[in-house]
Write a protein of this length. Structure first.
Ligand code: CA
Ligand code: CA
Length: 204
């Protein structure tokens, strides 16, 4: 104990014993300060709590989204869809006309495939067979458009195609591939019977 008192400075002792300093005021001021400190701590705590609750809500939302995505993907894999990039693809097993194949795709929430670049072209080329793709010049001869209305810009026609053979070839197929995988499209008559490739957005 003596050591503790020894640490109290002479000035402190003087203040404590000075009759001119109103003890009551000093005590009130100390309590008010303590109250302010407590209020600030409580306010910080509430702020932190609100922030954590918001973050928890966001995380729960993300978990629900991921669970929904998982269910969506599992469902499509079971139905035979393939996942590539940001799309699902279904390679049909029944030969139909271009329009019938398109309608089948639409019926399953998709459309005939739109090939937007080399990677997707390579992916499509990984499957054997002659498949309808979502490309035609049915509206205006020679003006090839995808099923979503966008004009053809990147193209992978076979050498000598599209040739509109007999003047009646308005729909495009991914034909059999020989040597160059960048040349696998051919225009054929839309009424021919072929398999189709459907594409839909994987994460709507
Ligand atoms: Ca595509
Ligand atoms: Ca042709």
């Amino acid at each position: 104990m003596e050591n503790i008192y020894a640490n109290i400075s002479a000035e402190t002792v003087k203040v404590l014993h000075d009759p001119n300093i109103e003890t009551q005021d000093v005590t009130s001021s100390g309590m008010a300060g303590r109250q302010q400190f407590d209020n600030r701590v409580a306010s910080d705590f509430e702020e932190e709590q609100t922030k954590l609750l918001t973050e928890t809500d966001q995380l729960m939302g993300e978990i629900v989204n991921l669970q929904n995505k998982l269910v969506f993907m599992e469902h499509h894999f079971k139905m035979g869809w393939h996942h590539f990039g940001s799309s699902f693809y279904l390679f049909s097993t029944v030969e139909k006309t271009w329009e019938q194949s398109k309608q089948d795709c639409v019926g399953s929430g998709a459309d005939l495939v739109i090939i937007e670049g080399r990677e997707e072209q390579n992916f499509i080329n990984g499957f054997n067979g002659m498949f309808w793709i979502g490309l035609s010049d049915r509206e205006t001869e020679g003006s090839w458009k995808w099923v979503d209305g966008t004009p053809l810009t990147i193209e992978y026609w076979k050498s000598g195609e599209p040739n509109s053979y007999g003047g009646e070839e308005d729909c495009a197929e991914r034909s059999l591939i020989y040597s160059n995988t960048n040349q696998s499209w051919n225009d054929v008559a839309c009424g021919q019977l072929k398999l189709g490739i459907c594409e839909k957005v994987a994460y709507p």
